[in-house]
Design a protein around this ligand. Structure first.
Ligand SMILES: C[S@@+](CC[C@H](N)C(=O)[O-])C[C@H]1O[C@@H](n2cnc3c(N)ncnc32)[C@H](O)[C@@H]1O
Length: 228
């Protein structure tokens, strides 16, 4: 992990010196009931790409980190009905909502979601075949991105897949709007980190095997799939 730590130290803080975890948890707790609208409008196409490209198949042990209100989590459970699918989110209300809807839609499946911080995953080393994480890294400080990626690496088995979705930085107008939103409500929007993440995960001993841009409405996303 030395290379990962070295790579992180070179990151600018972009006006976000520390992870705003308490505020982030409160904001997302408040929005849990309406958050599915944002997923439907901006994230669902990227979520579909993750299922398509990450090699998830039935019978796996799958972890989704930062489930939000659970739309991606239900896709994962649907694809993995004979396996076990675990979700975590910092916001207890998001985690509870994810758990409730997954259990209702797939009553016989092994699917469980709990309130956990991505920086400290309470799972054994090498306990998952795949780790999925969509639109979380924007909300973490550079140091905590390194910590979370280190945790993804630790809990994945050898040759396991990490799928990340990041907010794309390939549209100047969108980037300008995002910068303003991030200044107004940093705990909700964070800041864009997409261009830096590939180097970072490679420094964290992952090999990128798929790199795909998706656009939904005007919202760009980058889907990265990497092998441990
Ligand atoms: C932008 S939403 C993305 C939700 C979902 N992954 C999606 O694709 O729509 C970010 C989510 O990350 C969660 N989150 C923020 N910081 C976290 C942390 N340190 N650990 C786990 N989850 C976190 C928030 O509670 C929120 O539900």
């Amino acid at each position: 992990m030395d290379k990962l730590e070295y790579s992180i130290r070179a990151w600018p803080t972009n006006g976000m010196p520390a992870t705003l975890a308490d505020r982030t948890r409160r904001v997302y707790d408040r929005l849990a009931a309406v958050y599915p609208i944002s997923t439907m409008l901006f994230h669902s196409r990227a979520h579909r790409s993750v299922v398509e490209f990450s090699g998830i198949c039935d019978g796996m042990r799958v972890l989704e980190v930062a489930t939000g209100s659970g739309e991606m989590f239900r896709r994962l459970v649907r694809a993995n009905q004979g396996g076990s699918t675990v979700g975590v989110d910092l916001s207890p209300k998001m985690a509870a909502r994810t758990q409730h809807h997954a259990r209702r839609e797939f009553p016989g499946c092994r699917a469980h979601c709990q309130a956990v911080d991505a920086r400290y995953l309470p799972f054994r080393d090498a306990s998952f075949d795949a780790v999925i994480c969509c639109y979380l890294l924007e909300l973490l400080s550079a140091e905590d991105i390194g910590r979370a990626v280190g945790e993804f690496h630790r809990v994945l088995r050898r040759n396991g897949r990490l799928a990340l979705v990041l907010i794309g930085q390939n549209t100047a107008v969108f980037n300008g709007i995002y910068r303003v939103l991030g200044k107004v409500a940093p705990a909700f929007w964070g800041r864009q980190v997409e261009e830096r993440v590939p180097d970072l995960i490679q420094a964290g001993e992952f090999e990128i095997v798929r790199d795909h841009m998706v656009r939904q409405t005007f919202y760009p996303s980058r889907v990265l799939v990497a092998r441990k």
